[in-house]
Write a protein that binds this ligand. Structure first.
Ligand SMILES: CC(C)(COP(=O)(O)OP(=O)(O)OC[C@H]1O[C@@H](n2cnc3c(N)ncnc32)[C@H](O)[C@@H]1OP(=O)(O)O)[C@@H](O)C(=O)NCCC(=O)NCCS
Length: 169
């Protein structure tokens, strides 16, 4: 498996990835819409402050995807400001990872996260927070983040209970 930045040749592959996610995974993962217009904009790099990465298998099928935003999402700033952390818009990042259903719990997400942490360290990242937090009921994901050095900051209500988590570099 290889991890690389998303590029303009990925339009159909990314469409297939999003459209094969199960209803359960989609209920846990929705950093942005999965419509064709958004896919084109992502693949063409039109969201200037987003960095997207994909992991591909040996048949060139996308098995995992992550979107990372430099800084914070505007609507999350008031909530995150209440925690005892300083928000650094130049050196902090907001992250949303996902793995295709058939590949979950096989180490793919861990491989992707480690590679992304390397990239972020090179970019002198100070910390990473989760995009929209993580649903408290999504126990495998909460365990996954704890295992990779994230700490719980606090919780908030949005269609159920969600946790904010941060990893400091
Ligand atoms: C959360 C998510 C990104 C984690 O990625 P993943 O590839 O499933 O995670 P990993 O396999 O790397 O690690 C998770 C578990 O698999 C286990 N694992 C790791 N390598 C493994 C391997 N080679 N074989 C079997 N299991 C393995 C880990 O030990 C871990 O188990 P544990 O948490 O019970 O200790 C992924 O499951 C996912 O996309 N879920 C749906 C969407 C989602 O919830 N996204 C997050 C929104 S905040």
């Amino acid at each position: 498996m290889t991890l690389r930045p998303l590029n303009s040749s990925d339009e159909n592959r990314l469409f297939d990835f999003f459209h094969h996610l199960s209803p359960l995974t989609k209920s846990r993962y929705g950093p942005h819409p999965f419509d064709w217009e958004t896919i084109l904009a992502l693949c063409r790099g039109e969201y200037k402050d987003y960095k997207c990465f994909v992991m591909l298998d040996d048949k060139n099928v996308i098995v995992a995807y992550s979107v990372i935003k430099k800084g914070y999402l505007d609507f999350e700033v008031p909530r995150l400001s209440k925690y005892n952390i300083s928000l650094n818009f130049e050196h902090d990042y907001t992250l949303a990872p996902s793995v295709a259903d058939a590949h979950q719990s096989k180490g793919v997400g861990s491989m992707m996260l480690k590679a992304i942490f390397k990239e972020l360290s090179k970019a002198q990242a100070q910390k990473v927070i989760l995009w929209g937090g993580v649903q408290e009921s999504n126990e495998p994901a909460v365990r996954f983040y704890l295992k990779h050095g994230f700490k719980k900051l606090g919780c908030f209500e949005k269609q159920g209970k969600n946790l904010d988590m941060v990893k400091e570099f």
